[in-house]
Design a protein around this ligand. Structure first.
Ligand SMILES: Cc1cc2nc3c(=O)[nH]c(=O)nc-3n(C[C@H](O)[C@H](O)[C@H](O)COP(=O)(O)OP(=O)(O)OC[C@H]3O[C@@H](n4cnc5c(N)ncnc54)[C@H](O)[C@@H]3O)c2cc1C
Length: 368
């Protein structure tokens, strides 16, 4: 018999932590979840404000092609049949996203699928780079300068916080162009929003699991390490290691939310702002995720501002360039020697961008 109070302590109550906690409980393991924020749910957390379910950390649309993941999430929530569509806004005009035949119609008057290749070929005749040296040259070579300038350049530069000519060409493999009028943002077979919200869904995953909010594992790591046989850690690895090799890079985000006294502000849930003059990347009108809430006479919107990340701020996107990937590998090697009973998981623990379905799949695959 060992003297541990728990079989597993899970650091973080986001999707990775919550799915792992659910599985641990199913297996009869004694488990504790620690969450630094004041409530559970990680970045998918939402909150009812004046009768509208507000996505607190950016618009979250559940979409997957994986039947196993889709049937797993049905245990915790019903999903509505919301199908995500997005418009890009620039210089007073709107364009369908992702780039498809409708977008080419709006920009060039294209009417038939084959018009798209004719237009791109003509654009490439003006400008083409066989060995692109940066993201801008690569994007222009793939889709032509006109579409690039309208829909890619400003958005990308805001997202990454630097000029597209300073970004490596490798960031983009390809820029998909749909040759049909299909404007659904995701082509996955299953998509929707949990009818009672993500917070309620996570709460159900944690039914019967002990959890504590407002606790930062890193501040008392040796105390917690002494209380569990194993730790599943979904926070930042560089923070856990006191940034001993320097910090990994992340992009930050700032969310500015306001109630507006009109019943419908923008006519859909998400509009991307692709102009470099507008400092935010998208406007979310939350009520459009839920038909019942659309009837309210007021609305709530959130604007997303990409920001420089500093230690101590919330980290949203890992910056997976060569330098950071190497640094992450160095941290993982060192951490496995210093903390052999810690397993790293989730988007921060593994330092990679995960969609919700991928993070659930990863948590379901973890050997417990
Ligand atoms: C703006 C934005 C929009 C997105 N939109 C979509 C979308 O539409 N569809 C989609 O599929 N995916 C989307 N995603 C991805 C989705 O958010 C992630 O897949 C998911 O949240 C990852 O879950 P996680 O558990 O790995 O991380 P998180 O949700 O970040 O959870 C980690 C948790 O650990 C806690 N924590 C960290 N350090 C400590 C510590 N030291 N002590 C205690 N607790 C700690 C954090 O507070 C947090 O609650 C989006 C992501 C972002 C940033």
């Amino acid at each position: 018999m060992d003297s541990f109070d728990y079989d597993i302590i899970i650091v973080g109550s986001g999707l990775y932590g919550a799915v792992t906690a659910y599985r641990a409980r199913q297996k009869g393991l004694k488990c504790l979840v620690l969450e630094r924020r004041d409530d559970i749910g990680g970045n998918v957390r939402d909150k009812m404000i004046d009768g509208i379910n507000v996505h607190l950390y950016g618009a979250h649309i559940f979409h997957t092609d994986n039947e196993h993941v889709w049937s797993f999430v049905q245990h915790f929530s019903d999903f509505n049949n919301y199908i995500h569509t997005v418009l890009a806004h620039i210089d007073g005009r709107y364009y369908h996203m992702p780039v498809n035949l409708m977008t080419f119609h709006e920009i060039f008057g294209a009417k038939r699928p084959h018009d798209i290749s004719d237009i791109i070929t003509a654009e490439r005749r003006n400008e083409f780079y066989s060995c692109p040296k940066n993201l801008e040259q690569k994007a222009v070579s793939l889709i032509g300068r006109t579409v690039y300038e309208l829909l890619v350049k400003g958005y990308t530069e805001k997202q990454w916080g630097c000029a597209a000519t300073e970004l490596p060409a490798e960031i983009i493999e390809r820029l998909p162009v749909r040759t049909t009028f299909d404007s659904r943002y995701f082509s996955d077979r299953f998509q929707g929003i949990p009818v009672n919200g993500y917070h309620a869904m996570i709460r159900r995953m944690l039914d019967g699991v002990e959890f504590i909010t407002g606790v930062d594992f890193c501040k008392e790591r040796y105390y917690w390490l002494g209380r569990a046989r194993r730790i599943i850690y979904t926070g930042m690895i560089d923070e856990l290691m006191d940034y001993c090799f320097g910090s990994l890079d992340y992009r930050g985000l700032e969310f500015r939310t306001e109630r507006v006294e009109v019943s419908d502000y923008q006519g859909m849930a998400v509009i991307n702002e692709t102009s470099s003059v507008v400092p935010y990347t998208r406007t979310i009108e939350h009520k459009h995720f839920n038909l019942m809430q659309e009837r309210l006479p007021y609305t709530i919107i959130t604007r997303e501002y990409p920001s420089v990340w500093h230690p101590g701020c919330d980290a949203y996107y890992p910056v997976n360039n060569l330098r950071n990937n190497r640094l992450y590998a160095k941290y993982r090697d060192a951490a496995s020697c210093i903390f052999p009973n810690i397993i790293f998981g989730g988007r921060l623990g593994e330092y990679r961008y995960y969609d919700m379905d991928d993070v659930i799949l990863a948590a379901l695959s973890l050997e417990l």
